[in-house]
Design a protein around this ligand. Structure first.
Ligand code: AMP
Ligand code: FE
Ligand code: FE
Ligand code: ZN
Length: 288
């Protein structure tokens, strides 16, 4: 690897709400000049095998996932995302929890579509499921259906308060975040809190929760992310330093579902080495 490798530890494929297949994703990562990329689809490891098979020479692949979690300490419970790296994809309890969350996402997506249809909006759940093509279904898939109706022009508009951001937003049955941290560690993986201060996405958790999670096994915080202002990223870095957590930066690439490009934010090699060292090694970094 070069002296300052380019490392992007958060990217989605069609195994969830990205628009590039896992094979296309790793090729795009190489084309973008990355040395290491992580595949982190929502609540699934379904894209791992195809990404490994297509891995271009010289690219490292961190197999991961982004777990849909919630913190019960707020009223109503607060949703948050936990990146999990290099865990055993066959750990029975984790596998069961991910399957449960994916089923709950389908039930919730269908209910959102029912609400839209009750208001005369012509979106179809079978069509949305067909478009998701077996990937973890989420609001971006419903956003794409709204764009097809012509009622909104962009994903960003579809996430506005009058659409999926508020009026037609329903909660998911996410994993309790303390259970998620424990399960990821039990599976030999490394948990990192994704975009913890992204206030533009909605409510954010208090720093006291992050301190509790650090004591419970959280390894790191994602600081550099397009949904953080420079001040928010700086706050996250300060918190990580106080709590002894590692810091990452990543694009959270979703293909054409978002405008951000691969490598738009990157992780320092020292933090990456800490992640690799903290994993049990059952799932190592794959190399092309
Ligand atoms: P869900 O997991 O179904 O609740 O949908 C959340 C996903 O929607 C996130 O993982 C992002 O990929 C995407 N998302 C959330 N907010 C926005 C936004 N404002 N614009 C575009 N995509 C968004
Ligand atoms: Fe997403
Ligand atoms: Fe996320
Ligand atoms: Zn993500």
């Amino acid at each position: 690897m070069p002296a300052r490798p380019l490392i992007d530890l958060h990217a989605h494929s069609t195994a969830s709400d990205g628009t590039l297949g896992p094979a296309e994703l790793v090729r795009a990562a190489a084309d973008a000049g990355l040395d290491v990329v992580a595949i982190t689809d929502h609540d699934t490891t379904a894209g791992w095998a195809a990404a490994v098979d297509a891995l271009p020479a010289g690219l490292g692949l961190v197999r991961g996932a982004e777990l849909s979690c919630r913190w019960q300490g707020a009223q109503p419970a607060l949703p948050l995302h936990l990146l999990a790296y290099l865990f055993d994809p066959e750990h029975p309890e984790l596998v069961a929890e991910l399957a449960r969350v994916r089923r709950a996402r389908e039930a919730r997506g269908e209910r959102i579509v029912e609400l839209l249809r009750a208001d005369g909006i012509d979106v179809s759940w079978p069509e949305i499921m067909a478009a998701a093509d077996g990937g973890t279904v989420g609001r971006p898939h419903i956003a794409a259906a709204l764009i097809r109706t012509g009622l909104v022009a962009t994903t960003t508009e579809a996430f506005g308060p009058q659409w999926l951001g508020q009026r037609y937003r329903l909660p998911k049955e996410d994993i309790d975040v303390f259970r998620a941290v424990a399960l990821v560690r039990a599976a030999g993986g490394v948990p990192v809190f994704a975009h913890p201060r992204a206030s533009r996405r909605g409510r954010i958790v208090p720093d006291s929760l992050i301190a509790e999670l650090a004591a419970a096994g959280l390894a790191g915080l994602e600081a550099d992310h397009e949904d953080h202002t420079p001040a928010e990223a700086a706050h996250v870095r300060g918190l990580a330093a106080d709590l002894g957590l590692l810091v990452t930066g990543s694009s959270d690439f979703h293909g054409s579902h978002k405008t951000v490009r691969l490598g738009a934010h990157t992780t320092a090699p020292e933090a990456y080495e800490r992640i690799v060292a903290a994993s049990s090694g059952v799932t190592g970094v794959a190399s092309g």
